[in-house]
Design a protein around this ligand. Structure first.
Ligand code: 15L
Length: 267
């Protein structure tokens, strides 16, 4: 197997649960970490309870690890302090541990909410200015900048995945554009982990949906080719189905409901 020990953080989350089963062929041992209970370790697994805000726990979690799939942290809009602890302080702990233990590569779950304040009429690529749509998006911007710094300073490679919406199926009309099917998610993570010499790369994560807001040209070297499409679910969101009213920020901006979820939003 290509890796001896692969660490997956956030292994109990929605995406973590999918990856838990699918990454087994990539490593002799998959170390699963989460702040919550992960149940019993199955064959080829190690389980660790870890709060990212706990520096010593993060250091211990990283021991003997070859590469990290970092899907831990808060994944929705929240108050600033919990986001700061898990996603900002936690990310600092993670990269200090990565550096200390000589880990070569991180695949980081960033988010499209780093650019959620672009309009749905705009097409965004990885070099365009960040436009976070809340504290959650801001924490992901921090992660992208932090990982860039650790690459420039220490040569630690990171692929930041600006994941759209990875669920069993799109839950609303917006997700017809942002949908990332699980098979495509696994393929994107595989490309991010195994492509030689990625340096610091930012890639968007969607399936081959009919509408596209994001241009993945800057991540072409990953060779990621999506195969699924949200079109399979088009019937769930017919034009007659209820939609937000015109002028609603959730239809104007790519971030959808996130743009008005935070306490800072004003009309
Ligand atoms: C995200 O970044 C969240 O982690 C996820 O829960 C979804 O809400 C997704 O974005 C989205 O925009 O649909």
């Amino acid at each position: 197997k290509p890796f001896n020990r692969l660490l997956l953080t956030g292994a109990g989350g929605g995406i973590g649960t999918v990856l838990r089963d699918r990454i087994k062929p990539w490593a002799r041992v998959v170390r699963l970490a989460d702040i919550g209970d992960l149940g019993e370790a199955r064959p080829g697994e190690e389980i660790m309870r870890c709060d990212l805000a706990d520096r010593d726990a993060v250091l211990a979690m990283m021991e003997g690890v070859d590469a990290v799939l970092h899907f831990g942290g808060i994944s929705v809009e929240d108050q600033f302090v919990p986001i700061m602890n898990a996603n900002i302080l936690g990310l600092h702990h993670l990269y200090e541990a990565v550096h200390k233990h000589g880990v070569g590569r991180v695949v980081y779950a960033s988010s499209s909410h780093t650019v959620g304040f672009y309009r749905t009429t705009e097409r965004v690529d990885a070099d365009m200015p960040l436009r976070p749509d809340g504290f959650y998006g801001l924490s992901k911007c921090f992660g992208e900048a932090l990982s860039r710094y650790y690459y420039d300073r220490c040569g630690i490679e990171t692929v930041c995945l600006r994941i759209g919406s990875s669920f069993p199926e799109p839950k609303n009309a917006r997700m017809m554009t942002t949908y990332l099917a699980y098979d495509d998610l696994v393929e994107l993570v595989r490309c991010a982990l195994f492509t030689p010499r990625v340096g610091h790369t930012i890639a968007f994560g969607t399936s081959a949906n009919a509408t596209q807001w994001w241009d993945n040209g800057k991540a072409a070297h990953l060779g990621y080719v999506p195969r699924a499409s949200s079109q399979a679910f088009a019937g769930n969101f017919p034009p007659t189905a209820e939609r937000p009213p015109a002028g609603d920020p959730t239809t104007i901006y790519q971030g959808g409901p996130f743009v008005s979820a935070g306490p800072m939003y004003r009309d």
